[in-house]
Design a protein around this ligand. Structure first.
Ligand code: SAH
Ligand code: DHB
Ligand code: MG
Length: 223
């Protein structure tokens, strides 16, 4: 099996089930024009996040790692009219592009975009009493995955869902000696799940336009 085949199948899924989408397509064009790395979730993955959020009736969503707001748009579209999505981004230049993309999608009234390192903004959210969140999507700097999970757990409601992107990294997650810091971040996350009785967690490997990777999903038993 090859990357080309995975990409063709992703294209098939997107053509059938996602289709052209003015706001999402414009966001990816704006990201490319501004030189943002093309590390957004793929279209089928974005729609997967949207379906997940709707399936739990999410009214409050937390996102760690906005980039240009591609996943933000998918998630915010799952919210009811009085819903709220807080998204955290460390890089001001990326946040500026994201704010424009979110505005073009007509979602600014639902989205609270905060600029700064998430290890700082997450505790701020906690102090503000911004939670509890129904869904958290963690997709930022992977070495901090276990830290973000611990903070997201504090901000979650019982029954809430915590989703983490990029937990397989071309299979490098199984290598204890992997020099890839993102794989080490995924390993630390799995160890945190293993040691945490307050969640029931699993992970699914994915292949597609973005290569071989995976999502972890944890449902919060109690907080
Ligand atoms: N969720 C986005 C992709 C995010 S890429 C999508 O699918 O469309 C990862 C993002 O995390 C990058 O924009 C990067 O700047 C951001 N990031 C890296 N370190 C961070 C930190 N310490 N705090 C918050 N965001 C961070
Ligand atoms: C990479 C991919 C991602 O989805 C992400 O959030 C960060 C980095 C990458 O492949 O480098
Ligand atoms: Mg990602």
């Amino acid at each position: 099996m090859s990357q080309d085949q995975w990409s063709f199948v992703d294209r098939y899924i997107s053509d059938r089930l996602v289709g052209p989408d003015a706001a999402l397509d414009a966001a990816l064009r704006a990201n490319a024009a501004a030189g943002l790395p093309a590390i957004d979730v793929s279209p089928p993955q974005g729609k997967f996040l949207h379906v997940l959020a709707r399936s739990i009736g999410a009214r409050k969503i937390l996102e760690v790692g906005t980039l240009g707001g591609y996943s933000t748009i998918w998630l915010a579209r799952a919210l009811p009219a009085d819903g709220r999505l807080v998204t955290l981004e460390a890089e001001p230049a990326y946040a500026k592009v994201a704010a424009q993309n979110i505005a073009r999608a007509g979602l600014s009234h639902l989205v609270d975009l905060r600029v700064g390192p998430a290890l700082k903004t997450l505790p701020e959210l906690q102090r503000e009493g911004a939670g509890p969140f129904d869904l958290a999507f963690i997709d930022a700097d992977k070495p901090n995955n276990a830290n973000y999970f611990a903070l997201a757990l504090k901000l979650s409601r019982p029954g809430g869902l915590i989703v983490v992107d990029n937990v397989v990294r071309d299979g490098a997650v199984v290598d204890p000696a992997s020099p890839d810091p993102t794989a080490q971040g995924a390993r630390a996350l799995f160890e945190a799940f293993e040691a945490e009785p307050r969640v029931a967690a699993t992970a699914l490997q994915t292949v597609g336009a973005k290569g071989w990777d995976g999502f972890a999903l944890a449902i919060v038993n109690s907080v």
